[in-house]
Write a protein that binds this ligand. Structure first.
Ligand code: 7TS
Length: 418
């Protein structure tokens, strides 16, 4: 057997999307009499058998509470749960497993940072800096915090392509800025932000950076030590894992100094009515019985992604996005929203006066699932002066034939709607 190291090109050639599709039972169905073409992956991804089976196995064989039983089932459940933490640590290259806090997802992760780190460090007159391309999950928690503390939310602008204007961003970093919160990959525009540059600029001024990694984690290799971000938020369901589970990465020194988020079981070392000593990391932030089954499912999803390799998934999706962008732009009247030079996963577009909802409905009748609306990023829509877009978003199992089906569907929209 040859032990020669394969080049990325060789590996990518071996990425057999038709074989991979067999891992996802949900894809093999018809919708309205047409083969399902699932292009709503930015909303949530489908789950491979490895994940479905891991959850089923847990409930069939190991179901038990964790971190407390001395019996065999509890030990097995605890081991599987903690193995998932190790998998998550490896997935984003965190320095220590205690830096991984399991939560419901990105939304809860950002709210945790706002209400623990934020409540301690943001005061009256201080500022939190975000960008104009954020999902509501990375806007509203900061608005709530700013209202609580009499602080101000500042917003760095984007240009017409949907790219962050870095010079403006840098100008907004000042002595009052106490935190920067920015998405790695925009769910509405597909823009990839230069996180390393952003963290460097912020750190030069001693400002920590939270990264919303909801859309990036399933699409590109993430190395939090290389990015040098202070917090990184992830949703499992967008990376082929179940809903209701995700995680927050935080640098250990910051997490150690932060107050707990919720009080309850498992997050304590000792309790008396006079004084409670909190548990060590990561348990300090995991109050109550957690979502054990879905955490184990997340561990299985990470293992699955590791087997396929994000270094193979990334170019596969890049090819689909490039092909889809070229094909839809051939259709007169289609205008792509979000044309950043660094872009992945997401193709948002409008078609003149035709309402995106009508486009989505006609595409659905053709079996093509896309999302229409503001994508929980209303300020992005306001920036472009549009109420909504149609968004096709890609996953590792999508094919060029599915892009062709999307394009045929859009041509049908033109026929029907004029
Ligand atoms: N941040 C980004 C960039 C997102 O795309 C989403 C979800 C979230 C945060 C929130 O993630 P959650 O798992 O906590 O809900 N985005 C979308 C979307 O684009 N369509 O549906 C959900």
């Amino acid at each position: 057997m040859s032990t020669a190291v394969k080049t990325p090109q060789q590996l990518h050639t071996e990425f057999d999307v038709y074989r991979i599709r067999e891992d996802f039972p949900v894809l093999a169905q018809q919708v309205h009499g047409k083969p399902l073409v699932y292009l709503d992956n930015a909303a949530t991804t489908q789950k491979p058998l490895a994940v479905i089976d891991a959850i089923s196995h847990y409930y069939r064989c190991d179901n038990s509470n964790i971190h407390r039983g001395v019996h065999a089932l509890s030990e097995r459940a605890t081991e599987a749960y903690e193995n998932a933490r190790g998998a998550a640590q490896g997935f984003i290259n965190a320095a220590d497993r205690k830096e991984i806090i399991f939560l419901r997802g990105t939304t809860e992760a950002i709210n945790l940072v706002a209400q623990t780190y934020g409540r301690e460090h943001v005061g009256a007159g201080d500022e939190v800096l975000i960008t104009a391309m954020e999902h509501h999950s990375n806007i509203v928690p900061w608005q709530i915090l700013c209202k609580q503390k009499g602080a101000k939310l500042r917003v760095a602008p984007i240009n017409d392509r949907g790219e962050l204007v870095l010079e403006e961003f840098e100008k907004l970093l000042g002595p009052k800025t106490k935190l920067v919160a920015v998405s790695h990959l925009s769910n509405a525009l597909g823009t990839i932000n230069p996180i390393k540059q952003i963290t460097r600029m912020a750190h030069e001024r001693g400002i920590p950076v939270l990264v919303d990694g909801a859309q990036a984690a399933p699409r590109m290799p993430v190395d939090v030590q290389d990015l040098d971000c202070d917090f990184y938020a992830v949703s499992g369901h967008k990376m082929y894992a179940p809903t209701g589970i995700g995680f927050l990465y935080g640098k250990a020194a910051l997490l150690e100094a932060m107050p707990p988020y919720q009080g309850g079981g498992d997050m304590i070392a000792s309790v008396t009515f006079d004084k409670t000593v909190y548990n060590r990391l990561p348990y300090k932030f995991e109050a109550g019985t957690p979502n054990i089954a879905d955490t184990i499912g997340l561990g299985a999803a990470i293992e699955y992604l590791n087997q396929l390799g994000l270094e193979n998934i990334e170019p596969h999706e890049a090819e689909l996005l490039a092909y889809a962008t070229a094909e839809v732009q051939k259709i007169p009247g289609v205008e792509v929203v979000g044309t950043a030079r660094e872009k992945a996963g997401v193709l948002s577009f409008v078609m003149g006066e035709i309402h995106p909802h009508d486009i989505g409905t006609i595409l659905d009748s053709e079996g093509v699932a896309v999302r229409t609306g503001h994508h929980c990023a209303q300020p992005v829509m306001q920036r472009y002066g549009i109420p909504a877009t149609v968004r096709a978003s890609f996953g590792l199992y999508n094919t060029r034939e599915e892009v062709d089906a999307l394009v045929r569907g859009i041509r049908k929209v033109k026929e029907v709607m004029g």
